[in-house]
Design a protein around this ligand. Structure first.
Ligand SMILES: Nc1ncnc2c1ncn2[C@@H]1O[C@H](COP(=O)(O)OP(=O)(O)OP(=O)(O)O)[C@@H](O)[C@H]1O
Ligand SMILES: [Mg+2]
Length: 299
């Protein structure tokens, strides 16, 4: 399976370009000084851990003292629910930013975690795509809103984490255009050649046409069960193919992570001693090292 993917990416003059993962990203002092690091969590495969990663990475960064904004860009609103937002009572959501050009400052709400704010989603977001489809700036609406907010300095953030939907639709494109980098969770019990091909060509297309600074932060293996041979085999294949672009941290499968979301808590409140907390802490440290290496010693 991975051999096929490798062949596609390595084929010359193919329509599917080589995934652009520049070595420089990891050590660029310019990048590490960027005021706000914006990361989109993307994979059109459903249920691979995007939202669980968004919530727990955002929470851990906030607990380490960074100012964090999580943006829920999925009509399922799981990130909003999972961090304790009652979406039925919301006046505004990310929908209003995209469709009505509302200032994000008016949509941002604090979560129960210190230093962690959220721009929540509502189910209405499904209709946003149709409403913005004819706008000339349709792919850059979220980026414009974020930059406008950061410029006013009413709110400032060290990290913005964008939770995307399981689709490469116009909303996800807005997530990719707004971000500097992409974190791709891949579950270790299923691998789709076609899915990866489509994902990387979309990222490449966005990079070429809409956001030249977009880069791959890393591939994150998720839902890993060390007792299952198939999980081990797929993890090895992921490492063989993506090599050092795979985070050294692997997120293990643990019921505590699922329970934490259902209880509207991050894993650090729900089960701070669990494998889930251990893994997401390690991932957060990997992310800080890649994006703000200077601050790792200051922790
Ligand atoms: N490491 C894990 N161990 C056990 N359960 C997990 C783990 N990660 C995620 N889950 C559970 O798996 C389900 C899917 O996870 P999650 O919602 O994070 O995926 P997703 O990629 O955001 O899904 P979607 O594509 O629908 O947005 C959820 O019920 C979640 O609680
Ligand atoms: Mg999700």
């Amino acid at each position: 399976m991975f051999e096929d993917l490798k062949a596609i990416f390595n084929k010359k003059n193919t329509q599917v370009p080589q995934p652009h993962i520049p070595e420089k990203f990891y050590s660029s002092p310019e990048k590490s000084k960027a005021k706000t690091v914006i990361i989109s969590i993307v994979n059109q495969k459903g249920g691979c851990g995007k939202t669980t990663t968004s919530i727990n990475l955002s929470s851990c960064l906030a607990k380490k003292g960074f100012k964090v904004l999580m943006i829920d860009l999925d009509a399922q609103a799981h990130a909003s629910f999972g961090i304790g937002i009652n979406v039925d009572n919301l006046i505004y959501s990310v929908y209003d930013i995209l469709v009505s050009n509302l200032e994000s400052e008016r949509v941002i709400i604090p979560t129960y975690i210190k230093n962690l704010d959220i721009i929540p989603a509502v189910s209405l977001l499904t209709g946003a795509q149709l409403k913005i489809a004819d706008l000339s700036e349709r792919e850059g609406l979220l980026r414009t809103a974020i930059y406008r907010t950061l410029k006013t300095q009413i709110k400032s953030y060290d990290y913005i984490i964008i939770d995307c939907s399981p689709s490469l639709n116009l909303l996800t494109i807005n997530g990719l255009v707004a971000a500097q980098s992409v974190l791709v969770p891949i579950q270790t019990h299923y691998f789709s050649l076609e899915g990866m091909k489509e994902l990387f060509s979309t990222i490449e297309l966005v990079r070429e046409r809409l956001n030249s600074q977009l880069e791959i932060l890393g591939i994150l293996p998720t839902l890993f069960d060390s007792r299952a041979k198939m999980n081990k085999d797929i993890l090895q294949q992921i490492k063989d193919y993506f090599k050092d672009k795979v985070f050294s941290t692997v997120i293990r499968r643990t019921i505590k992570l699922a329970e934490a979301s259902l209880n509207k808590k991050s894993i650090f409140e729900y089960a701070p001693k669990s494998h889930g907390a251990e893994d997401y802490l390690a991932l957060t440290e990997d992310v800080i090292l890649l994006t703000r290496p200077d601050s790792i010693n200051a922790q």
